[in-house]
Design a binder for this molecule. Structure first.
Ligand code: ADP
Ligand code: MG
Length: 699
């Protein structure tokens, strides 16, 4: 149960004064919550910069473009002439000179009331010079001199969203801040002292009421304190889960090799040395009674699937069951198609279970899993949301881990199951991030690509030349090539994204022949998706227009061209993933990044990294540099931490400290029952890491 101390913070924002349903929705958008924003989300909404209004050099000395505060006497008003677009002007002076206040479309009576002639007032805003005269357009503040102290000297500036005014955000934030209680100290006192940390409550107040910009800097004591809290919550929950998983003894897997031999014999290729190493590391892990927690990292196309299959076969040989969980339905189906064909030949029974499986089939599959008829089940996270019981689950594989939350992983253990766990990740994740996100898993890397792969040639072409590109595609299709066309990512709306895909499909079908061009997107029924994939695989369609549903894992080895429209809208890691859809066979492949100019500096940097490198690890590192760790790990909703206060680059030292501290805590007080343990439970709830608490027997 969440400590009552936190209840006011976890109430919906609509419990704050002046926030109705509409504003509540705006706030949900602002803080990136799909359901509803809570008070704590506002409290955690950190400013990105500050406006310093302390500069008061006098009217004659106002620096061009600077935010300044001026105190002066109002001399006269010059209303806009009727029916003109000219602004309304008000003049005031101090002992150094005269300042023009300029207002467009302003109400005269309001201005007369706010700026009475003869009064001394204080205004604050941006100074601008025109023809040698200082002016201020729409001051941010105008207050009578005797109320000068109501004007904030230093004002935090927040990330905003459409439909929200700074004033309303400010007001709501103040109300939210009032709900912040005094928390019990959960950080080790020695660390608090040595780091010079303020309390969490003080730190939250400090970032929202900065005295100057040093208060919101990454290295300010307040920010470091909050980053430490956040890291500690994350590391602690990982350590708790991990120690639970470790404690649950794994059952040693003793493979006979009969099935894997058959499957290996049926493969049209030999495993690479890296694949062999990974397989033996996995078999080695599973041979002991300690549960395996291993991550298999390998760039797109490095051949992780077969490694996973061999691990599953080992389990089946020993009489157990294995699950393979994929992030999307398409991917689950593709795994199913590939794996079932190979495995069933060896007498292994494979099932597919996704959210789209029909109720009747689902019941049969559930029976097969419960009585042990099925050996391997492949599916999406639906596998864990439903009441699926296993006869003897010994191995769980999670493909494309970065798309999965810790939640799904935990659900497994919630079912009282303690299978060995293998996660496969295509987005190469730098070591520090692995540690931050997953704790200290063992890692196998597939660094070499299967032999005979040709590098992908990547070119960038401005969108205006789309006609040339279509022309080149026509030639390529005529030569029998296959091609993906990825439609732009539309952040605001899935509906718009869909529309653009449908439109692109239509124009390309017209240009290249309607029967040659297929379409696939996330809103299609699974039967239609299947049909579209199948038609492309078989070569019936030769160009597949797709939204990013093909991003992860889709495998059509003879597709050799990929066009990515509006490449500048995608992240680096995502572009690399998409590009990995080609270059999977022996044919040379190419990737065409169509971009809309002019590119920002960042956009140009990103595209050139991609053009110059095919190395996923390098790209991941560049991505980290360019974008920060949160995005690399995927979105917040996926349950993988993007950090709110912490920055892995800037706060590496305290991340390491938090890891050590978390390990120490779990050793010393594994059930979190001491006084500090109780405080730490509050911390876990505060940062929404409370899933882990359910694994404490005393929780
Ligand atoms: P990823 O690591 O991206 O999941 P896949 O497992 O989908 O990669 O493998 C990509 C392609 O490479 C598949 O078509 C697979 O059959 C093929 N492949 C895997 N291992 C080898 C190998 N050792 N030699 C040749 N091709 C391989
Ligand atoms: Mg894969």
């Amino acid at each position: 149960m969440r400590p009552a101390l936190l209840d006011p913070l976890f109430a919906p924002v609509s419990s704050l004064p002046g926030i109705g349903p509409k504003l509540a929705k705006t706030f949900a958008k602002l803080v990136g919550r799909e359901d509803e924003a809570r008070v704590i989300d506002l409290v955690f909404h950190a400013p990105s910069s500050v406006i310093d209004r302390r500069l008061k050099p006098g009217i004659a000395h106002l620096p061009e473009g600077a935010i300044v505060t001026v105190e002066g006497r109002v001399d006269r008003h010059q209303p806009a002439p009727a029916r003109s677009n000219a602004p309304y002007r008000v003049y005031l002076h101090d002992e150094t000179g005269e300042l023009t206040l300029t207002f467009f479309h302003a109400k005269a009576d309001w201005l007369e009331k706010s700026l009475p002639v003869g009064e001394t007032i204080v205004v604050s805003g941006r100074a601008e010079w025109f023809n040698g005269r200082p002016s201020m357009v729409h001051p941010d503040y105008m207050v009578p001199a005797e109320k000068a102290d109501t004007l904030p000297a230093v004002e935090p500036v927040y990330p905003m969203t459409a439909g929200l005014s700074a004033k309303i955000l400010r007001r709501s934030l103040e109300a939210a801040l009032e709900r912040v209680p005094d928390f019990p100290e959960w950080v080790d006192r020695e660390i608090v002292a040595r780091q010079g940390f303020p309390t969490t409550t003080e730190a939250l107040r400090a970032i929202h009421h900065p005295r100057d910009d040093s208060d919101i800097e990454l290295q300010s004591p307040a920010r470091r304190r909050l980053a430490y809290d956040e890291f500690l919550a994350g590391q602690l929950s990982l350590s708790l889960v991990r120690s639970r998983m470790r404690k649950a003894k794994g059952r040693p897997v003793r493979p006979t090799g009969t099935l894997s031999q058959k499957v290996r014999a049926a493969l049209p290729f030999a495993l690479t040395a890296g694949q062999e190493q990974a397989v033996s590391a996995i078999l080695g892990d599973m041979a002991t009674d300690t549960r395996m927690l291993r991550m298999l990292q390998g760039d797109v196309g490095s051949g992780k699937t077969i490694v996973g299959l061999l691990a599953m076969l080992a389990v089946v040989e020993d009489g157990g069951q294995a699950v393979l969980m994929a992030p999307t339905e398409i991917l689950a189906r593709q795994h199913y198609d590939g794996i079932a064909a190979l495995a069933e030949r060896a007498g292994v029974r494979v099932r597919l279970l996704t959210g789209k499986t029909k109720a009747r089939d689902r019941r049969q599959i559930e029976t097969d899993l419960a009585d042990g008829t099925a050996h391997i089940v492949i599916g999406t996270h639906a596998l864990f949301q439903e009441n699926v019981a296993y006869h003897d689950l010994r191995l769980a594989i999670v493909d494309e881990q970065h798309r999965f939350g810790v939640h799904q992983r935990l659900r497994l253990t919630q079912k009282g199951l303690s299978p060995h766990l293998l996660v496969m990740s295509a987005t190469p994740i730098p070591r520090t991030l692995v540690l931050a996100a997953f704790g200290d898993m063992d890692v196998s890397n597939l660094t070499e690509k299967p032999a005979g792969r040709k590098p992908i040639q990547t070119v960038t072409i401005p969108l205006e030349r789309i006609g040339d590109v279509v022309g080149r595609l026509r030639d390529a299709l005529a030569e029998g090539k296959k091609c993906y066309w990825i439609c732009p990512l539309v952040e605001e709306s899935e509906a718009v994204e869909l529309m653009s895909a449908e439109e692109r499909h239509e124009t390309l079908a017209k240009a290249l022949g309607p029967d040659k061009v297929g379409l696939i997107h996330g809103r299609m029924s699974s039967a239609d998706k299947d049909a579209a994939m199948e038609a492309f695989k078989s070569g019936e369609t030769r160009l597949l227009v797709a939204t990013t549903v093909v991003e992860v894992g889709v495998d059509v080895p003879d597709a050799t061209i990929i066009v990515i429209e509006h490449a500048e809208r995608f992240g680096l890691a995502q572009l690399h993933q998409l590009r990995g859809r080609v270059g999977r066979g022996a044919e040379a492949s190419s990737c065409i990044l169509l971009y809309k100019g002019p590119l920002s500096e960042m956009g140009r940097a990103r595209l050139s990294v991609l053009r110059d490198s095919n190395d996923g690890f390098r790209i991941a590192e560049e991505d980290l540099k360019l974008r920060g760790e949160g995005e690399l790990l995927g979105t917040r909703q996926s349950g993988v931490p993007g950090f709110q206060f912490g920055s892995i680059e800037a706060h590496g030292d305290i991340l390491a400290l938090a890891r050590k501290d978390a390990g120490y805590i779990v050793n010393k007080d594994p059930e979190l029952v001491s006084e500090r343990g109780t405080a730490l439970r509050t911390l876990l709830y505060l940062f929404r890491r409370d899933e882990a608490i359910r694994y404490l027997s005393a929780g």
